[in-house]
Design a protein around this ligand. Structure first.
Ligand SMILES: [Zn+2]
Length: 87
């Protein structure tokens, strides 16, 4: 089984890990940076300009050019999960 590189970072204690990833907002932010390191890119037209729409706890990115809506977890292993990211 592969080592989870997020959980087992060298010289990162549990306290430090929880300081960086201990809330849902921190996990969402880290996941967003991992998914789009240079910022949001529309999967349909590759446009980088967007607006954010919040549907309850689901953060949605809407492309300003083609109006495609993409959730942070859409198309990933977390797609349609009912669980928070920090679990
Ligand atoms: Zn687009």
């Amino acid at each position: 089984m592969a080592i989870n590189r997020i959980q087992f970072q060298a010289r990162l204690s549990l306290g430090q890990f929880l300081k960086h990833y201990g809330t849902e907002a921190q996990c969402g932010s880290a996941f967003e940076k991992a998914r789009w390191p240079s910022g949001f890119i529309c999967p349909t037209c590759q446009n980088t300009r967007y607006c954010q729409v919040q549907h309850g706890r689901v953060k949605t990115f809407q492309c300003n050019r083609c109006h495609k809506q993409v959730t942070l977890t859409g198309g990933t292993i977390f797609h349609a999960t009912k669980l928070p990211l920090m679990i």
